[in-house]
Design a protein around this ligand. Sequence first.
Ligand code: S3P
Length: 166
Amino acid sequence: MSAPLIVLVGPMGVGKSTVGELLADRLGTTYRDTDADVVAAAGKSIAEIFFDEGEERFRSLERRAVRDAVAEHPGVLALGGGAVLDGTTRGLLAGHRVVYLSMDVDEAVRRVGLNTARPLLAVNPRRQWRELMDARRHLYEDVAGVTVATDERTPEEVAQAVLDAT
Ligand code: S3P
């Protein structure tokens, strides 16, 4: 069992996987993300889990994936955007180097607004994004030691800012 070097949290589309892979390369370690773990455990895509079995089932698979990854993964770890909704996540992350990648609404709608693979934003991306961030912003800030804004930065610049800040 070993602890992650860096845990990335933040909303969908903010670039956790792209930045996470870059960080893992820079640190000579491996990248893991809990969405991929959930997909592997369920044997179907996230959209299929939501539509076939509901969000609650997805959250329960995600809770397990977060617990296992935080306990086992020694490299860079990214959590699904909603993982902070679970009350257990905060305790699991205590003492880890956690970075919140943030972005503003316009950037979010540009990046994920029309992506139907993300079931939480399928109807009215701008309104849904605002509601989602109003509900979650403080949760990201609570679990993370630092916040790195991604607006108008390339993934390489964001990765560098994460390294500078941790
Ligand atoms: C979700 C974010 C997604 C994925 C699922 C739900 C959310 O992860 O876990 O669609 O609730 O914000 P990414 O942040 O990796 O896209």
